[in-house]
Ligand binder design. Structure first.
Ligand code: FAD
Length: 190
């Protein structure tokens, strides 16, 4: 949407006005500016009031923070027993406490999660059946490596050096380190 490209899925999920504004944003370069987007999303986003996020790792929790700041009523559901398990202890404790303070409903350890047309059904960690209404359900379930493209290129005879989360999820520092190692590998021919 931000780049102004439109797929059939996006057409189905967005209004005519959303599509025109995203095209104007892309054509004028406005949607390429993070500062501008940050400000604009406080006034408008193509999302309803009630949002359920499936996934309580870094991305799901930061998204919950972002949406709550923009007046959305957010619920985070994950089948993992601990939210933000991959975060450093201090960051995890802060974000979880702050989300609770701001009224975000957090459900780690959920099971039997079912997305319906207007909400999400699940069994919470205490075995109770829960249902949360949702205008949108956002799946933000973690990241994993994917080497299929690198392997296909290698099989086609290209010399490929991999770096970043595609090779192994190690976040920003890992990606920077991986890029450094990749350049070194190319320069030294290793
Ligand atoms: C919401 C969110 C918050 C995060 N917060 C943090 C944080 O606080 N700290 C932290 O360390 N990490 C954080 N991360 C994770 C971090 O962004 C990634 O680990 C890091 O960006 C991985 O770097 P990368 O170079 O491997 O991949 P990316 O940064 O994802 O770069 C891959 C690039 O390849 C492009 N691309 C993909 N497919 C193609 C294709 N076929 N052709 C051409 N280009 C293509 C993509 O558009 C993208 O620009 C966060 C991630 C998200 C989504």
């Amino acid at each position: 949407m931000l780049s102004g490209r439109m797929t059939e899925d996006l057409k189905r999920k967005t209004s005519w006005l959303d599509r025109v504004s995203s095209r104007v944003g892309a054509a004028t370069g406005l949607s390429g500016s993070p500062e501008m987007l940050r400000t604009a999303t406080r006034a408008y986003m193509p999302l309803g009031k009630q949002i359920v996020i499936l996934g309580g790792e870094l991305v799901g929790l930061e998204l919950a923070e972002f949406l709550t700041e923009r007046g959305r009523q957010v619920t985070v559901i994950d089948d993992e027993p601990m939210l933000g398990a991959g975060l450093t202890v201090v960051r995890r404790m802060r974000i979880v406490a702050e989300l609770r303070e701001h009224g975000v409903a957090l459900f780690p350890g959920a099971s039997q999660i079912q997305i319906e047309s207007d909400g999400v059904l699940f069994v919470d960690a205490d075995g109770r059946r829960q249902r949360f209404a949702a205008d949108q359900v956002i799946v933000a379930k973690g990241t994993h490596e994917d080497r299929t493209l690198a392997e296909a290129l290698r099989a086609a005879g290209f010399a490929v050096v991999e770096a970043g989360d595609g090779l192994e999820v190690k976040y920003i520092e890992g990606a920077i380190r991986g890029a450094w190692d990749a350049v070194e590998a190319v320069e030294t021919g290793r």
